[in-house]
Design a protein around this ligand. Structure first.
Ligand code: ARG
Length: 459
């Protein structure tokens, strides 16, 4: 009978299906190096405080280091009958250093151990997420800077609304991903505290030095309540929620790229290396990467809901349900990181078709608001001005004309307040340039936003 580390009170072998069903090692071995780091810190503290003899602690640490090496070199044999990453490593330690291995688990439980492992692991993942977010934000700023002259229709309801700078459009996404970065910084704070010392749920009677362990592991502090500490997975929810918002933004961006590369828009082209073809239609070049980012948003939201649902009915404290936190977390990470990098590639690689954007601006009377504003400067209340321009637009639609093509006599028929100076209000450049308000699309404001962003990215 395969001996379980917890087998003392059991008189029959574990059912094979139960073994299979409860095992997590096939995925939680991903935490192995963090598990070892946590164990080394714990063992060192046990030796330092005299809870176990120093020599024993040293033996344990050197055994753990050997195991670490085996894992790194891919030589370690993972056993499913040993359930999870923690017990696999502990069993291997027995083989290396003998019964002294049994002292490692003094003043510790897998409950505070696994919570520690995931926090250590996630802290690194968050740092990587922040790096990749930064690369994406940089690419957006570079594209904005390259396209300071380009004007395109700004949309509301996917209808032409008012002209905007393409740079302003890119900088809108910069704002979204910058908020995301701040959110991950907050999640990092929430993650960066050490549960060790909480043991199974109630704390430990041994005189452990929690601060010492936390410090060695780079944690900012220790958790404050042992019961909460072993059952808290809020920091993972926070990560999954922050990732979900990233995907709201990535998916919106993808949607626009997909629209913009369609022949109906023709606003951009994407590099061949980021597109794929059709197995039947030889002419096709499809934006599959953007589509998949948009599509993978489903699993990212799903993972958040998976964990929220796992957590919602749990009585205090640790319950085995909590093992279900890892697969959604890993899946989100494995989806998020490449998506961020590919989104960066899409932005960096896209080619702008300035003429098409310009041409699109001729449709939809983009400067109608400017004409209404013009009438306001001549003393008319905005609502009245709105009405007059509305009638003018209807007239243009009927005749197939643009506002700026109407001769001054015709314009005067609609309002005697209109004079020759109106035409400069009807140009795209004029419209954009007048929106000098903070946060507006005027070139001077957009340039300010860009240099502000460049400063933020340097920090
Ligand atoms: N594999 C478990 C998990 O991920 C580790 C903790 C198990 N603790 C226990 N008492 N069964 O949650």
């Amino acid at each position: 009978m395969a001996k379980k580390p917890w087998g003392g009170r059991f008189s029959e072998e574990t059912d094979k299906l139960v073994e299979e069903f409860t095992a997590s090692v096939h995925y939680d071995k991903r935490l192995a190096l963090y598990d070892i780091r946590g164990s080394i810190a714990h063992a060192r503290m046990l030796g330092k405080t005299g809870i176990i003899p120093k020599e024993d602690a040293e033996k344990i640490i050197s055994g753990l280091k050997e195991i670490e090496k085996e894992i790194k070199e891919g030589r370690f044999k993972w056993r499913k009958d040993l359930e999870d990453v923690h017990m696999n490593i502990e069993a291997a330690l027995y083989e290396k250093v003998g019964p002294v291995a049994g002292k490692l688990h003094t003043a510790r439980s897998r409950n505070d151990q696994v919570a520690t492992d995931v926090r250590l692991f996630l802290r690194d993942v968050i740092d990587e997420t922040l790096r990749r977010l930064k690369e994406l934000r940089k690419a957006l700023v570079v594209k904005a800077k390259e396209n300071l002259e380009v004007i395109l229709p700004g949309f509301t309801h996917l209808q032409h609304a008012q002209p905007v700078l393409l740079a302003h459009h890119f900088m809108a996404y910069y704002e979204m991903f910058t908020r995301d970065a701040r959110r991950f910084e907050f999640v990092r704070e929430e993650t960066n505290i050490c549960p060790l010392g909480s043991a199974a749920l109630a704390g430990t009677p041994f005189p452990v030095d929690r601060e010492m362990v936390a410090k060695e592991l780079g944690f900012k502090g220790v958790t404050r309540n042992s019961m909460d500490a072993v059952s808290d997975r809020d920091f993972i929810v926070s990560f999954l929620a922050a990732a979900s918002l990233v995907f709201v933004h990535l998916s919106r961006l993808s949607e626009e790229l997909i629209l913009w590369i369609s022949p109906e828009f023709g606003f951009i082209d994407l590099p061949d290396k980021l597109c794929t073809g059709s197995s039947i239609m030889p002419q096709k070049k499809n934006p599959d990467v953007a589509e998949l980012i948009r599509g993978k948003t489903g699993r990212i939201f799903g993972n958040l809901f998976t964990l929220l649902t796992v957590l919602k009915g749990l009585p205090m404290t640790y319950n085995r349900d909590l093992q279900e936190d890892k697969e959604p977390l890993f899946d989100t990470i494995d989806t998020l990181l490449p998506s961020l990098t590919l989104a960066r590639e899409l932005i960096a690689g896209l080619k702008v078709n300035q003429e098409r954007m310009r041409k699109a601006c001729e449709q939809g009377h983009l400067t109608a608001t400017d004409l209404a504003d013009y009438l306001v400067t001549k003393g008319l209340p905005f609502r009245e001005a709105h009405h007059i321009v509305g009638r003018l637009v209807a007239y243009c639609e009927e005749k197939g004309l643009k506002l700026w093509e109407l001769p001054i006599e015709k314009l005067k028929e609609f309002s005697t307040l209109i004079e020759e100076d109106v035409y400069e209000w009807l140009t795209l450049e004029g419209s954009v340039a007048r929106r000098k308000v903070v946060g507006g699309t005027a070139p001077e404001q957009v340039k300010k936003a860009i240099s502000q962003a460049e400063k933020e990215l340097e920090a």
